[in-house]
Design a protein around this ligand. Structure first.
Ligand SMILES: Cc1cc2nc3c(=O)[nH]c(=O)nc-3n(C[C@H](O)[C@H](O)[C@H](O)COP(=O)(O)OP(=O)(O)OC[C@H]3O[C@@H](n4cnc5c(N)ncnc54)[C@H](O)[C@@H]3O)c2cc1C
Ligand code: SF4
Length: 554
């Protein structure tokens, strides 16, 4: 069996991005992805298929701590959950990296501060083609330069809402978005500004997901081998327990081990923790990289909610709705000294999305609701708690043991937002949005997502300087193993109250630069320049033993 320089496991925001960074090193890289490429088909934009079936959100069933089935609906495809994400790519605020007092405790300080992240955020915004406008939102952190692309404009109803919010003294801003939209020259724009973006795959590959932005651009590099439909089962170590030597997968039903010098795990915070827990051996009886006992713990997922603000008078013909954000309550409000969170518009809700919940929207009919609603997404920070954890059940299934924190902050934000919506004529009826982030669910009908709302999972292998209180070091290398890195959302110290993906991407770029140094490779930009030079020697393609999982090279 071939030996590789690097094996990357998972191709989402973390794994896909680190692959993009390392592909030009010439090092022999094997990428293992448990899912296939997401098929490009008309159904990509079919609400009933995307939201009400498990075609794109997987059918896997986990358990909550009481043994109830939990259908979190992860997207196991090349690109991971970014295939279905809303592409709202926010930077954390400067204060998010400091200790902040919340209703239920303290959100801990990060070992690296905003100033350390800023250059990586800037690169992440370039790579994922982020549109935005600086200077509108007072909580926004400083930037070394403008957004790489202009903000995605508001459609008329959202512009009207924006003006109404401003008239109330609020400071709405544009949501930073990773879409390849050219509004000045629409005939040249890959993005067609459609109504099926947030929660759907992009049929025309114009959304900046990890497949489009990071994996595809380097797939043809001869030193990169991507094996799809290949799930990492466990990692193996040498006798000392200090080095990972191999990863076990199943090919044709038979166990096969791939070996490498360096392993980068990026299966998403929950699956990465599960993989390391499953890899327990004599030297690591509680799971790899778990001498602190913290692996799988401190799971955070945000306190999340979604509502429809229905006007009895005004229709909302908006197609692409996810353009508006409000940070006015992020750090609290007069009379409430705790952070409350962030508000943003969601992808436009359609009648098909509400189907199955007719009785719950009665006496309004779902056509009316979707034609008249502006749809909102509310996020409050949850706290890292050791008891909030990913475990393995006796049958090996993933167990999510999670108790919510900061409910009072979320309730305050929700209450305040409902009042604001009423005040601007967007809240004649305020109704739950029961479907988004609730793959296949027709049973949920609340303003707030339950335990299965795990799309924003972070924190299960936090990084830090002290091996007793963290799983990863500052380079996201396991304290316990010399050649094991984790680059998905697991390293987060706190969840802040903005969507996590830009920070995951920025971190993957940062860790990628460290790996460049470790591997003695040229820097990414140097390597790219060299690649553009036809005099650059051709690299020898890597071959992989025959398998049912088709090696994908182009
Ligand atoms: C509907 C929805 C909307 C969202 N909208 C936003 C948004 O607007 N903005 C934002 O910032 N975030 C958003 N998110 C969250 C965002 O998708 C995640 O933060 C991001 O994808 C996490 O990146 P990751 O690398 O940690 O994991 P993922 O992107 O989930 O990638 C993990 C990868 O590992 C693979 N994998 C898992 N286990 C194994 C294994 N054992 N072997 C091999 N491969 C494996 C998976 O198939 C997947 O490809 C959204 C999520 C959802 C579900
Ligand atoms: S809005 Fe643009 S990026 Fe989003 S799905 Fe439609 S075409 Fe793709």
């Amino acid at each position: 069996m071939d030996h590789f320089d690097i094996i990357i496991i998972g191709t989402g925001a973390g794994g896909g991005t680190v692959l993009h960074e390392l592909a030009t090193t010439g090092k022999r890289i094997l990428v293992l992805e448990r899912g296939p490429f997401l098929p490009r088909e008309k159904e990509n934009w079919d609400t009933k298929v995307a939201f009400n079936t498990t075609r794109y959100f997987g059918p896997e069933v986990w358990q909550d701590r009481d043994g109830n089935d939990l259908r979190a609906g992860m997207c196991y495809h090349v690109g991971g959950n970014t295939k279905l994400y809303g592409a709202a790519l926010f930077r954390l605020r400067e204060r998010d990296f400091e200790a902040v007092r919340h209703v239920d405790g303290v959100s801990p300080e990060w070992p690296l501060k905003y100033r350390d992240w800023e250059p990586w955020y800037a690169r992440a915004e370039q790579l994922y083609h982020v549109h935005g406008e600086a200077g509108l939102d007072p909580t926004e952190p400083w930037r070394s330069g403008p957004y790489p692309w202009p903000a995605v404009s508001h459609e008329p109803r959202i512009a009207e809402i924006t003006d109404a919010l401003k008239a109330q003294g609020l400071t709405p801003s544009y949501t930073p978005l990773g879409v390849r939209l050219n509004e000045k020259q629409p005939h040249l724009s890959p993005c067609i500004r459609c109504s099926t973006c947030d929660g759907y795959p992009c049929l025309v590959h114009a959304k900046s997901d990890a497949e489009v932005s990071a994996v595809r651009p380097v797939m043809a590099e001869p030193n990169v081998t991507l094996l799809v439909d290949t799930r990492a089962e466990r990692l193996l170590t040498d006798a000392s327990g200090r080095e990972v030597t191999g990863v076990e997968v199943r090919l044709d039903g038979e166990p096969v081990i791939f070996t490498a010098d360096v392993f980068v795990v990026s299966c998403g915070s929950i699956n990465s923790a599960a993989l390391l827990l499953r890899s327990a051996n004599d030297r690591h009886p509680n799971g790899l990289a778990n001498s602190s006992g913290l692996l799988g713990r401190n799971l955070m997922k945000h306190v999340l909610g979604s509502i429809l603000g229905v006007s009895s008078f005004k229709t909302n013909p908006t197609k692409f709705q996810k353009s508006l954000s409000v940070f006015d309550y992020y750090w609290g409000e007069p009379g409430f000294e705790f952070p409350m969170g962030q508000i943003q518009t969601l992808g436009k809700v359609s009648p098909a999305e509400l189907e199955g919940s007719e009785a719950r929207y009665a006496p309004l009919d779902i056509e009316f609701v979707s034609r008249h609603s502006v749809d909102w997404w509310l996020t409050s920070e949850d706290l890292p708690r050791a008891n909030n954890q990913v475990r393995l059940g006796r049958d090996g299934r993933i167990v999510i043991d999670y108790t919510e924190t900061n409910a009072a902050e979320f309730d305050r934000l929700m209450g305040r937002w409902k009042e604001v919506l009423k005040g601007i004529g967007c809240g004649c009826h305020i109704l739950p949005n029961g479907r988004y982030f609730n793959a296949g669910s027709v049973t949920t009908f609340t303003h707030k997502l339950g335990t299965s709302g795990l799309g924003h999972q972070v924190g299960t292998a936090k990084f830090g300087e002290d091996p007793a209180t963290s799983v990863l070091d500052l380079n996201c290398r396991a304290h316990d193993l010399d050649n094991l890195y984790v680059v998905d959302g697991s390293f987060f110290v706190s969840s802040a109250a903005v969507n996590p993906t830009l920070t995951i991407i920025a971190n993957a770029l940062r860790v990628g630069a460290h790996l460049h140094e470790r591997l003695g490779a040229a820097s990414a930009s140097f390597a790219r320049m060299a690649n553009a030079n036809p005099a650059t020697p051709t690299r020898v393609p890597t071959t992989v033993a025959p398998s049912t999982a088709e090696p994908v090279l182009a």
